[in-house]
Design a protein around this ligand. Structure first.
Ligand code: GLN
Length: 219
């Protein structure tokens, strides 16, 4: 059997890669950094992490990963975009050119202000966990419109913070920067993976903001 079957990839060009790999390991899912198109083969899903969407879009184009991701999506690959990843997946990027454009949402970059306007909070996303989930927003976008194919998972004030369609999950915040594993379990199940039975609302007591540093994929 191919060792990659059942793995979730994390696009490894820029941004919060290791933090997602750390969370995947915590829920017992094999996580695989993806730098090349060939590494998309046999994945159950792909996380496009937060970072900087302009930088990520250029790197995706340079390495030909944009077309490879579109093709893998057409072949059924599930996708999760966190923050910059959500921006790349949106069909409409307000005031700018959309990039992958695979999900029928409109998104507004840097909608809360500068990096200094980053903030954290918590909110209930009933489809994902039965207790409030901690939320970390870092120069986050707002989802300002969703299409008919899209379901809201978390609405906050005047914007959508998490949404999904049949193949794509988007969050404008960063679950990988909190002790909550709920969204990673949710995505793993969306990818058809069996994840260990667990209380999705529980926070991982072993997580710290530095936990991801034990990964050494980068040389
Ligand atoms: N502001 C960034 C962008 O526009 C996204 C920030 C993030 O991913 N935390 O790409």
């Amino acid at each position: 059997m191919n060792a990659a079957v059942g793995a979730i990839g994390v696009l490894d060009l820029q941004g919060g890669v290791q933090e997602h790999l750390d969370h995947l390991q915590r829920i017992g899912v094999v996580g695989r950094p993806v730098k090349r198109a060939a590494e998309l083969a046999d994945l159950a899903g792909l996380i496009i992490p937060g970072g900087e969407s302009t930088c990520l879009s250029r790197l995706l184009a340079i390495f030909g990963l944009d077309d490879a991701i579109r093709q893998a999506y057409d072949n059924g690959l599930k996708l999760w975009g966190t923050c910059a990843g959500a921006i790349l997946l949106a069909r409409e990027n307000i005031g700018e050119t959309p990039f992958l454009g695979l999900m029928d949402i409109a998104i507004s970059r840097n909608a809360f202000g500068s990096q200094l306007d980053s903030f954290s909070g918590e909110a209930l996303a009933p489809a994902v966990a039965c207790q409030p989930i901690p939320l970390t927003f870092i120069r986050a976008p707002k989802i300002t419109r969703i299409g008919d194919s899209v379901r809201v998972l978390l609405q906050v004030d005047d914007y959508v913070a998490a949404a999904e369609d049949d193949q794509i999950l988007v969050t404008v915040f960063h679950p990988e920067l909190t002790p909550s594993l709920a969204f990673h379990r949710y995505f793993a199940r969306k990818c058809g993976l069996k994840v260990a039975a667990a209380d999705d609302a529980a926070l991982d007591p072993d997580w710290t903001p530095q936990s991801w540093t034990r990964f050494s994929y980068h040389v």
